[in-house]
Design a protein around this ligand. Structure first.
Ligand SMILES: [Zn+2]
Length: 158
């Protein structure tokens, strides 16, 4: 088991995927993509944030990650107003580790931009435990829960 920071693991997997595409290593491209999918499930969703979150793999690298999602804005009366599509761009920062930019047409909902900044910044800096099942050749990420055996084959995990 390894303890990893979500944004760093995401960056490592995205860059490793690109390297494997260049080498023509299809098996590892697929492995990294599965890891990226699992990491994506650990990013914020709910409380207005759409569960359809996606990582823009064609424009992301190990030094720049772009995440696309939408937010269901609520008006002053407490009714759902409109969906705001937004992107989170993550780049390296010498002082803070990562720097986030939230872009989208927020209009009168500028406070949502700040809310999204806080929630994504916090979430990306969280730690996860990484487990690997040699039998299934699958990586599992868990935030709190400890995994002792593979949920699929029951093998002891490393
Ligand atoms: Zn297994």
């Amino acid at each position: 088991m390894r303890e990893l920071t979500i944004y760093r693991e995401l960056a490592n997997r995205i860059q490793a995927r690109l390297n494997c595409i260049n080498k023509g290593d299809h098996y590892w491209v697929r492995q990294h993509e599965e890891c990226i999918e699992s990491l994506k499930d650990l990013l914020p969703s709910g409380s207005g944030i759409d569960s359809e979150i996606s990582i823009d793999l064609s424009n992301s690298t190990g030094e720049k990650i772009i995440i696309d999602s939408s937010f269901h804005a609520m008006n002053d009366g407490g009714y759902y107003d409109r969906w705001i599509d937004f992107s989170v761009t993550i780049t390296p920062s010498l002082m803070r580790g990562i720097s986030l930019k939230i872009s989208g047409r927020f209009g009168k909902y500028q406070e949502i931009r700040e809310y999204l900044f806080d929630i994504f910044d916090g979430s990306l800096r969280e730690t996860v435990k990484e487990y690997y099942c040699r039998n299934c050749e699958v990586v599992y990420y868990r935030k709190r829960e400890e995994l002792h055996s593979c949920p699929v084959c029951g093998n002891k995990l490393q």
